[in-house]
Design a protein around this ligand. Structure first.
Ligand SMILES: *[C@@H]1O[C@H](CO)[C@@H](O)[C@H](O)[C@H]1NC(C)=O
Length: 117
């Protein structure tokens, strides 16, 4: 019985990724703490539900890429859709605009961070 369950699991995990349909990314841009001028914070860009796995994510400050951002390993959810999170430590200042730049299947979209300040 145990062997049978394992075989079923392996079978499920080994389905070819090609069965997955193309799917555009859903993107959420948020900060760990409420956005406050001069307060240390973490900017997070959470990208889910996309396929194929090739994607480019950049965090932007005033439309320039932010250095020192960390990206999680590519992970997949059900249906071979992938998700990734990119984050960077930041301290928002007045007049600064933050955003996440996501390029997937040749399409670039900019998602702006809405601080509640
Ligand atoms: C967003 O990323 C794409 C792909 O890397 C790049 O070509 C484009 O210039 C970026 N846009 C901005 C505003 O940085």
């Amino acid at each position: 019985m145990k062997t049978f369950v394992c075989a079923v699991l392996v079978g499920l995990l080994c389905l070819p990724p090609s069965i997955a349909k193309e799917s555009s990314a859903k993107v959420q841009v948020y900060s760990r703490q409420p956005g406050e001028v001069g307060k240390k914070n973490t900017l997070i860009c959470h990208v889910t539900g996309f396929h194929p796995p090739e994607i480019n994510i950049e965090l932007l400050k005033n439309r320039q890429p932010m250095a020192g951002a960390h990206q999680t390993d590519l992970a997949f959810e059900e249906n071979w859709h992938y998700h990734l999170t990119k984050h960077v430590a930041f301290t928002p200042q007045r007049g600064e605009a933050f955003a996440c730049n996501v390029t997937h299947m040749g399409i670039t979209k900019i998602y702006t961070w809405e601080p509640d300040m």
